[in-house]
Design a protein around this ligand. Structure first.
Ligand code: THU
Length: 137
């Protein structure tokens, strides 16, 4: 299937190769396009103290913020094995992290290692969410 975001997919796949995931063996790459048009790509970074591990989406969000951007316009997540039939959708914590910087219609494209699978909006993945607007921001 044709990729809806070939440049983001390429960035996420390239960064996925750098994943530090010796404990799970599950490599994930995430690439964000932000309001400036720049791409911020990160991988998961696991730790021998397991709870200290970080998801690929969190790495990418940190890089976006550190670059000075604040709005996510599109995201690609690449994880798992091609043809495994299992989609690497963002975990609950990362859905909330994305919520901080994205709107309800922001597309989140899911790939397994080599193949486009499906696009969700943030609203679909995190309905009735709590965000900055709930605090008046
Ligand atoms: N992981 C991500 O990086 N992103 C996701 O969306 C789901 C899970 C990572 C966390 C951990 O390093 C490994 O995948 C297995 O859970």
């Amino acid at each position: 299937m044709t990729s809806p975001a070939p440049d983001l997919f390429a960035a996420a796949r390239a960064t996925r190769a750098h994943s530090h995931s010796p404990y799970s063996g599950f490599k994930v790459g995430a690439a964000i396009r932000s309001e400036s048009g720049r791409i911020h790509a990160g991988c998961n970074v696991e730790n021998a103290a397991y709870p200290q591990g970080q998801c690929a989406e969190a790495t990418a969000i940190g890089l976006m913020v550190a670059s000075g951007d604040r709005r996510i316009t599109e995201i690609v997540v690449v994880g798992g094995d091609a043809g495994s039939g299992v989609m690497c959708t963002p975990c609950g914590g990362c859905r909330q992290r994305i919520r901080e910087f994205a709107g309800p219609d922001t597309p989140i494209h899911i790939y397994d290692a080599g193949e486009y699978r499906r696009t969700f909006t943030l609203e679909e993945l995190l309905p009735f969410s709590f965000g900055p607007d709930n605090l008046g921001f």
